[in-house]
Design a protein around this ligand. Structure first.
Ligand SMILES: [Zn+2]
Length: 365
């Protein structure tokens, strides 16, 4: 099948995505650095790494960060956006002219990207792992009740399992259900949306990247690209930053009225604990930070959740038949990456608008 000029930037595997990213970064004249995950290999035996490409002066005071693959196979989308950006001569020229440095962080969770798990090599959801581990762990008291509903003994769930979930939603509401399941939990290492009990390799890596690349910056914008929530092909602008009125006002001034804040209850996302982008507050206290989770819709939310449940169930049941394992892997990939030109075109168009808005916002700082 012939790909159009825009959709050729997307890839069918982690290894292909990594190669395209590194090639595009070299061609654009970027400084490249790779952080290898030595402890694990990819699904095809390949090396795993988070790769960083930087354009612009080291002393630039304005920095635009675009990251991908926080949630493994969501990286198929984010990687395509990053590669397209590296081929976007007009956008790169505007960044240079505005004195904005560009830092692309490819595959924050390379293990999950390659093996098609939303979580990392230890079943940690990286967007629940960036908390202060010196403080008491966040408590999600409702999780214990919902875990047996989310992860039943057998897969697929039977009518009684689905009835139990419907009953919970009936009693407590859909929002309470979603919060209990997805906010994050720190008690069940093989459960869903597990945050871990210490900083993950990816956590330490992203902090090292910020210490190396973001210390001269006075104004930082960070777009972390995700998929799997919201209407098909729509890019929801989620505000993942701290609950501070001036920060949220700046986000809406740059990106529009459709910036949704989970703590206001308007987002497709629950108000999660410990997103990756929150590291900017710890590592770059000298900078104003403008943060966005750019979340592209794929399949209906409940379908995505069902496929995530299957993936987590499979970790608990390695004895499952091989055909079922393959089907669960493929379903998971399809839940986070719509492999068609229409969806990719929607993704690239909206991403480009967001990046242009961001560069104009930074330029005016
Ligand atoms: Zn995500």
């Amino acid at each position: 099948m012939h790909s159009t000029s825009a959709t050729r930037h997307f890839s069918g595997s982690y290894a292909e995505a990594r190669n395209k990213f590194l090639d595009a970064a070299r061609n654009a004249g970027a400084d490249i650095e790779s952080f290898e995950l030595d402890s694990h290999r990819g699904a095809f035996g390949e090396a795993l790494a988070t790769d960083v490409a930087r354009l612009g002066a080291p002393e630039a005071t304005r920095l635009l960060i675009v990251s991908s693959g926080t949630h493994g196979p969501e990286g198929f989308c984010g990687s395509g956006c990053q590669v397209a950006t590296l081929h976007d001569a007009d956008l790169l020229a505007r960044l240079a002219e505005a004195g904005v440095a560009l830092l692309l962080v490819h595959a924050i969770n390379p293990h999950g990207f390659s093996h098609l798990h939303r979580t990392n090599e230890h079943n940690i959801d990286l967007n629940r792992n960036h908390i202060d581990f010196a403080a008491p762990l966040p408590v999600n008291a409702a999780y214990a009740e919902v875990e047996p509903l989310v992860l039943p003994q057998g897969w697929p769930p039977g009518p009684a399992d689905e009835a139990a979930i419907a009953d919970y939603i009936e009693r407590k509401g859909l929002r309470a259900w979603r919060a209990a399941v997805t906010t994050g939990q720190y008690t069940s290492p093989d459960g869903v949306f597990y945050g871990g009990t210490s900083p993950s390799w990816s956590n330490r890596t992203i902090r090292a990247i910020l210490r190396q690349h973001a210390q001269a910056a006075r104004d930082i914008a960070w777009i972390d690209i995700h998929t799997g929530l919201g209407p098909y092909g729509h890019g929801e602008k989620i505000y993942p930053g701290r609950n501070a009125a001036p920060d949220l006002a700046r986000a809406r001034a740059w990106w529009g009225a459709d910036v949704f804040a989970p703590f206001e209850g308007t987002s497709a996302s629950a108000d999660v604990s410990g997103p990756v982008v929150s590291t900017v507050y710890d590592e770059c206290p000298q900078a104003n930070a403008s943060l966005m989770g750019l979340e592209f819709g794929t399949l209906p939310d409940m379908e995505v959740l069902t496929r995530l449940r299957a993936d987590t169930w499979l970790r608990r049941h390695p004895e499952a038949p091989e055909a079922q394992q393959r089907a669960i892997r493929q379903d998971l990939r399809d839940a986070f990456y719509c492999d068609n030109d229409e969806w990719k075109g929607m993704v690239l168009g909206q991403t480009r608008v967001v990046l242009l808005q961001t560069l104009l916002g930074l330029k005016a700082c």
